[in-house]
Ligand binder design. Structure first.
Ligand SMILES: NC(=O)c1ccc[n+]([C@@H]2O[C@H](COP(=O)([O-])OP(=O)(O)OC[C@H]3O[C@@H](n4cnc5c(N)ncnc54)[C@H](O)[C@@H]3O)[C@@H](O)[C@H]2O)c1
Length: 356
């Protein structure tokens, strides 16, 4: 797939463009001959990646995706070819403190996006991003596959499972009849990478403390997660866009994007690797967890491998190294656009199995 050709003259609508994944994607896609419309709220934090990215190709709109009238107006005016729906209240702890906000954004917001896609009278390809947390967690040793039961023990997880159900029902009864629409959902595992300063995420909590020479306190050192660099699922979303256009049979499907089952690592392992790249990085574990989190979550991404030729390519060591180096350069006042470009260049070089 040639990225220059694929994206040439495309109008791309990205919801959640001020967030972590959205900022990386806007910066990446700004390399091509595209127009981007971003729809989001303001970044939650003063220090955020969006501040630093390339915005030359971006029309930047800030409003709530629960506002379906405003959303529809913007969809119909911009007439996108490709839609990446990232916007979500994406933090588990915040979802426990404010469940209604989470349900409204993640469930009703997704329904609004699907409604707007259906209103467009043109060919579109859409990726609806949910999460690996959409699965009911049975603490399976095997990885979760796409047709496993959906569920969730906290509002965030349940909202993502619900977004999947909204998608399935909307697609089966409404979108499928519209031959111009190609659409799929994407369920990725935890992502890391430079530029995330969200609360209650492992690496952001660490670098915030370490940059001030402080020790970091860890909630669940033995929890395992399918860690991957943010560019891995983003490459998955892009290749999924391409294959959706080529192959009608995957329309309406869901895809997992995560490391292989062997590569699932514990929080402790990620921290030990981080210590190799950040001198004097120290951590301690809390005696008690402040809130309960499921401890084991593995994703089976064989479907993405078989149907899209996608698999995660960076080792956990390389993933953590890229991430820690990013923050080190940031705190030494390097040019952020350049740090992002270097990571994308490196990733594209490694990703020559998919992209030219
Ligand atoms: N970061 C991860 O590890 C991870 C893992 C699995 C899935 N995901 C999913 O990927 C997507 C992007 O995650 P992220 O890490 O970039 O999240 P983030 O919290 O960094 O960004 C969320 C974005 O959504 C926007 N948003 C939130 N509520 C909104 C609303 N009501 N109306 C309009 N915009 C709104 C925010 O302004 C922001 O731009 C989310 O759907 C998330 O659930 C993330």
């Amino acid at each position: 797939m040639n990225l220059n050709n694929f994206f040439n003259k495309k109008k791309i609508l990205i919801t959640g463009h001020t967030g972590f994944k959205g900022s990386w994607l806007v910066h990446w896609l700004s390399r091509y001959n595209v127009q981007i419309l971003g729809i989001s709220l303001n970044p939650y934090k003063k220090l955020n990646l969006f501040k630093f990215i390339n915005k030359k190709k971006l029309i930047d709109k800030r409003f709530d995706i629960s506002n379906h009238k405003e959303l529809e107006k913007n969809f119909l005016k911009f007439k996108p070819d490709i839609i990446y729906h990232f916007a979500a209240q994406a933090l588990v702890k915040r979802s426990i403190i404010n469940p209604l906000e989470t349900y409204k954004t993640n469930i009703i917001g997704t329904a609004n996006i699907l409604h707007c896609i259906n209103k467009l009278k043109k060919k579109t390809t859409s990726i609806i991003v949910t999460s690996d947390k959409c699965y009911e967690n049975f603490n399976f040793k095997r990885g979760y596959v796409e047709n496993d039961r959906l569920g969730g023990n906290d509002p965030y997880s349940a909202s993502k499972a619900s977004a999947e159900l909204v998608f399935k029902s909307f697609n089966n009864s409404i979108l499928k009849k519209n031959k111009k629409i190609r659409i799929a959902t994407a369920r990725a595992g935890n992502v890391i990478g430079g530029g995330d300063w969200s609360s209650d995420r492992l690496i952001p909590d660490c670098v915030k403390a370490w940059s001030k020479n402080k020790k970091v306190f860890i909630r669940n050192p033995n929890a395992t997660r399918p860690w991957q660099h943010v560019l891995e699922p983003l490459s998955g979303y892009i290749i999924l866009t391409y294959y959706l256009q080529q192959n009608k049979s995957i329309n309406g499907c869901s895809f997992n994007f995560g490391p292989s089952l062997r590569e699932v690592s514990s929080v402790k392992k990620v921290l030990k690797i981080s210590q190799k790249f950040w001198k004097n990085a120290k951590f301690n574990s809390y005696k008690e967890n402040l809130f309960k989190e499921d401890t084991l979550l593995k994703l089976n991404s064989n479907k993405a491998k078989k149907k899209l030729n996608w698999k995660k390519i960076l080792t956990i060591e390389k993933t953590v190294q890229l991430t820690i180096d990013w923050y080190k350069k940031f705190y030494k006042n390097n040019n952020v656009k350049k740090i992002l470009d270097n990571d994308i260049d490196y990733y594209l070089k490694m990703r020559n199995d998919l992209f030219k």
